[in-house]
Write a new protein. Structure first.
Length: 292
């Protein structure tokens, strides 16, 4: 058993990650009106938001093995042997990467957006060392043959458009990753208000500390997907011991050090075709400003 060294092998492994039955079980889930569904696109702040939500509802309880155990991933719960209905916390909280069109309706929804260029870099770094051998696939190849060309409804632009279209709904909270970094207290207050949680000074201090990059790095084991890897690596044909850390630098604008100008322009073209033409958002910066 070895890690893939090209994109064809990578895609084969990725296709095994979630079973069709497991995805159908996730789609069939029926949320309660108080349930919180955290649904950013991959590598756009999901784990960070899970930690904030869990801290708010438990006053900072850290007695979990891995964040997935207390905020289950709807599309993968069945394949991991997790009953999403069995939660000991209120409100119940879940992770999902589904767009608005597909996500089970009836709960309350938090979606975090992130600059697609930074999300690309984060996704590449996340998969490298877990789903493919380090150094075997270039970021340009990964971008053009996977990230930029994923079919709807799996692609980032489809996901973003589906959530932006429902931004006025009272049961939807939209945030930007970059704005969360710039003013985390404001984001925590917005999430607490959305959850109908009273945020006293002590709770705010706890949540801000425990959702800091420094705290999450110290407690990295609780955010590294080791439960997911234990359940799915062998099924995907991946050897054990892969690196799936989610707590990295998370810098805004990090893509400038990874993506050449040609690749950045190609991403800008997709934005104009898929987002700007539909919503009059000429760039991601304009979207961010609208939410800030």
């Amino acid at each position: 058993m070895k890690r893939p060294t090209n994109l064809d092998e990578f895609q084969i492994c990725l296709d095994r990650f979630a079973t069709r039955e497991g995805i159908q079980q996730g789609l069939a889930f029926r949320p309660r009106a108080t349930d919180i569904l955290i649904a950013p696109y991959g590598k756009c702040g999901t784990t960070w938001t899970q930690q904030i939500v869990h801290g708010l509802r438990t006053r900072g309880a850290m007695d979990f093995d891995e964040i997935t155990a207390v905020t289950p991933w709807l599309e993968l719960s069945h394949d991991m042997g997790i009953d999403p209905q069995a939660q000991d916390y209120f409100p119940r909280a879940y992770k999902s990467h589904l767009g608005w069109d597909l996500i089970p309706k009836g709960g309350r929804y938090i979606c975090v957006f992130r600059d697609p260029k930074d999300a690309l870099v984060s996704m590449f770094n996340f998969f490298e060392g877990w789903f493919f051998e380090p150094g075997s696939i270039s970021i340009g190849e990964f971008a053009r043959r996977h990230y930029m060309t994923r079919p709807d409804p799996k692609g980032l632009w489809y996901h973003l458009a589906s959530w932006w279209a429902v931004r006025e709904r009272a049961d939807v909270l939209l945030l930007c990753y970059e704005n969360m970094q710039k003013d985390l207290p404001a984001a925590v207050h917005a999430i607490a208000d959305f959850m109908h949680m009273e945020l006293d000074a002590e709770l705010e201090k706890i949540v801000l500390e425990q959702s800091s990059i420094e705290f999450m790095r110290v407690h990295e084991r609780q955010f590294d997907d080791h439960l997911i890897r234990a359940a799915r690596d062998s099924v995907c044909g991946l050897p054990p011991g892969g690196d799936a850390s989610k707590v990295r630098r998370g810098r805004v604008g990090d893509h400038a050090a990874y993506l050449d100008s040609e690749l950045q322009m190609e991403l800008d073209v997709i934005w104009k075709e898929r987002i700007a033409s539909r919503f009059q958002l000429d760039s991601y910066s304009v979207l961010r400003a609208a939410l800030e």
